[in-house]
Design a protein around this ligand. Sequence first.
Ligand code: SAH
Length: 269
Amino acid sequence: MSAGQRPASKFPLRLDQVKPATRSEAVPLLRPQRPLHQAAAERGRGTAPAGLGLDSHLVRERMLARLQAEGVRDARVLAAMRAVPRHSFVDTALANQAYEDTSLPIGLGQTISKPSVVARMIELMLAPQPAGTRPRLLEIGSGCGYQAAVLAQLARQVVSIERLRPLYDKARENLAPLNLGNLRLVYGDGRIGHAPNAPYDGIIAAAGGEDIPQPWVDQLAPGGRLVAPMLDARSGGQVLVVIDRHADGSLVRSLHEAVRFVPLKSGTD
Ligand code: SAH
C-alpha cells in the first residue's frame, strides 16, 4: 500500500484499536549493523566492509577511483594522494566529507582545496619533470597542510608558506604525526616566495591574485613549472596560469581552465 492510499489517521489513537501490522505494511527493519554471518564472511575474505571508519583505505580508494575517472593519470600524483589521510586535515565534524570531491572550511574564511583540483594542479606542475626524479617544490598557501603533505610524498624537498599565523600553527599540528622530514613550513608572505631554498622545480599557489608575483618567476629553476590561479581581467574570474622556464632560461606562459581560489593577500596576520 502506498502512502497516498493510507486512510487518514484518527487521533487520539487508543492502543486497543491498533491492529497488528500485516506483513506488507510492516516498516522495514533498520539495520545499523551488518548481520553477523555477513561480517564473518567479510572477515574471512580479508576485506574491510564499505562505509566503516575513515581510516579504512577503501574510503580513500574510492576518491582515487573518482580522480582516475576524471582523467588524473600521473602515477606519482595518485600514489601521493593515496598516502595522505585527508580526513585528519579537517575538523572532526567535517571528517565524514573528507573524501568527497569538495572544498571544506578550515577556519578564518579559508578552505582546503577540492581533491580533484589538488590532483589536477600537481599533475600540471609535474608534467615537465621526468619520472623517477624528485623535484624541489614551493607551495604558497599551506592552509591546513593537506596539499603540502601530498607534495612531500613525491618531492625531494617542499617549502610551504602561510601568511595566517593560526593556520600555520594548525598545519604544523596536522602534519606532525606524518613525520615528513623533507617538508618545511614557513610563516610569512608567500608573495615574496622563499629565496633561501630557491630555485624550485615546481611552484604551486593555492590562492589567486591579480598578477603572478615576480619573485615566484625568479625562483623557478630551468626546466621548472609554476602553476597558480590568477584573476582573468576579461572574464572577471580566475584562471590557472602556467609558466615554464625552459632550459635556456626563456619563459613561456599559458592560460588553462577557470578556477575559484581564495584571494592571494599581502603581508601576514
Ligand atoms: N593548500 C591548502 C589550501 C589552503 S587555502 C590545501 O591543502 O587545501 C589558501 C591559503 O593561502 C589560505 O590559508 C591563505 O591564508 C593562504 N594565503 C593567501 N595569501 C597568501 C600569501 N600571500 N602568502 C601565504 N599564504 C597565503
